[in-house]
Ligand binder design. Structure first.
Ligand SMILES: NC(=O)c1ccc[n+]([C@@H]2O[C@H](COP(=O)([O-])OP(=O)(O)OC[C@H]3O[C@@H](n4cnc5c(N)ncnc54)[C@H](O)[C@@H]3O)[C@@H](O)[C@H]2O)c1
Length: 455
């Protein structure tokens, strides 16, 4: 080992020791870049741990909303933002130069697919360029956005090193994927263990000490393993969702209800995990993340047939749902989709949340409109459609009010999200035909079975 190497190792060790001590004493400022569905709960968790938080977002409206405790994420209400502000340890800014004040910088920016369904890591690149401008010795930079294995090593670290500082010696880099499950009352940031990976022991120690303040860290050997863990979790979901959707169609042909089958299978206490069918794939993760791996695998001359097949199976679901609507209208009302009035019940991609990014409901509306239907929607969590990347044409569309009078004006109601706070009794009483993709009307099968079609 030469002298320069020994010096570097000593510098790295010193950096880690100081950081870990400060983490244990909760004497750190945690910079969080991107104050969305992931960044905001993370900010709250660090505030609750006793640390200082500096939130940074390019969206000045979000910064102003936090400062005035006006929420923009339903499951983090105003009072919780006010509590964060009341500690005097929460700050939010749209000024990137303030990132110099942070000891740890966590990136929680979007990682969507582009129009060619390839990874769009431009947000990660831009954010990293911004951090590099203000990077100082002793900081740890951690990517939290979901991405393909190699992003932190091949993209993030080299951009940061353009600052002239050396990763692992002057500053640290790590990757820690987010496992936020919005709307799930059983788990929150503090109770979900967090996978952490970094490429040297000192960097791993720093990242582990940071996250130990808010949850139980699970340390893996390097950044690309941590990136692969996140994709594995979401690919597991995609494949199982595809399987249960395929089984739904197969069993339908045999006059077997897949929902009854799942309940039966769930009685096995080991070796089975329940997944549920639906109108298609939704949300910010499952329709997108698996294809980050598909893209990266191509560069390694590997194919991902299983993942792509699963994607194809689920992507076909909205069309099958539309066929069920067409069948129901024709059989029961002697009508066709063209000219019919159809109400989509539930716009969010899953129950009890207000997030409609990549929601299959949007595809259903689009397909019904293409076939000539007049389509409205009802969603108690989404009074008005915000701007979305994939369906800008729907922005501004308003939820109808759910009344018996309004319901009577529709030929069919298509339940695409099974929110709990919906008056399903009113729907089954007032609507002439209901297509249920979520088994939301299981309790009404005996009383109103003749107007309910499962899809
Ligand atoms: N939403 C989830 O449940 C969830 C769960 C696990 C992982 N993830 C992953 O976490 C990441 C973030 O997702 P999200 O749902 O929080 O997204 P989001 O769109 O809710 O929030 C992203 C935030 O980043 C901000 N932003 C964009 N570019 C920026 C920049 N250059 N500088 C500063 N801020 C910038 C946006 O204004 C926005 O407020 C994604 O990679 C996603 O795949 C999300």
């Amino acid at each position: 080992m030469n002298i320069q190497h020994i010096d570097r190792n000593e510098a790295a060790k010193q950096m880690a020791v100081e950081f870990v001590e400060k983490a244990k004493a909760r004497d750190l400022t945690v910079g969080i870049i991107g104050l969305g569905y992931v960044g905001l709960p993370l900010a709250e968790a660090f505030i609750n741990s006793g640390m200082r938080v500096l939130g940074y977002d390019v969206d000045e409206e979000k910064v102003a909303a936090i400062k005035s405790a006006k929420t923009y994420i339903k499951h983090i209400p105003d009072e919780r933002l006010a509590d964060m502000n009341d500690t005097g340890r929460m700050d939010a800014t749209a000024d990137p130069s303030r990132l110099q004040d942070a000891d740890a910088i966590l990136m929680c920016v979007p990682t969507p697919l582009n129009i060619h369904r390839e990874p769009d890591i431009s947000y990660v690149e831009q954010t990293t360029e911004t951090i590099a401008q203000y990077l100082r010795k002793g900081q740890i930079v951690i990517l939290e956005s979901t991405t393909y294995p190699g992003t932190s090593e091949e993209v993030v670290r080299p951009i940061l090193e353009k600052s002239g500082l050396k990763a692992g010696v002057d500053f640290a880099v790590a990757y820690s994927p987010e496992r936020e499950d919005p709307g799930n009352p059983d788990f929150n940031t503090n109770t979900i263990p967090k996978v952490v990976g970094a490429d040297s022991k000192h960097e791993r120690d720093m990242a582990e000490a940071l996250y130990a303040a808010i949850t139980t860290p699970f340390v893996v050997p390097n950044m690309k393993t941590a990136e692969a863990v996140k994709l594995t979790e979401n690919i597991f979901r995609l494949v199982n969702i595809a399987l249960v959707n395929e089984l739904k169609v197969v069993f339908q042909g045999m006059d077997i209800d897949v929902w009854d089958v799942i309940e039966g299978a769930k009685s096995k206490p080991f070796g089975y995990m329940a997944f549920y069918p639906g109108p298609g794939l939704g949300g910010h993760c499952i329709p997108i993340d698996p294809f980050y791996l598909t893209w990266k695998a191509r560069a390694h001359r590997q194919s991902t047939r299983f993942i792509e097949l699963a994607g194809d199976v689920v992507m076909a679901m909205p069309r099958l749902v539309i066929e069920t609507v067409a069948h129901g209208l024709s059989e029961r009302l002697k009508k066709s989709i063209a000219g019919s009035r159809i109400l989509i019940c539930g716009l969010a991609y899953k129950k009890n949340v207000d997030d409609m990014r990549e929601s299959p409901s949007l595809h259903l509306i689009e397909m019904l409109q293409e076939r000539g239907a007049k389509v409205d929607f009802y969603d108690p969590h989404i009074p008005q459609v915000p701007e979305t990347r994939d369906h800008p044409e729907f922005s501004g569309m308003k939820s109808i009010e759910l009344t018996r009078g309004n319901l009577a004006a529709y030929d069919a109601v298509l339940i695409s999200t099974d929110h709990d706070n919906v008056d399903y009794q009113m729907i089954v009483d007032a609507a002439p035909l209901i297509v249920d993709t979520r088994n939301a009307l299981a309790d009404f099968a005996d009383s109103h079975g003749e107007k309910i079609l499962k899809a």
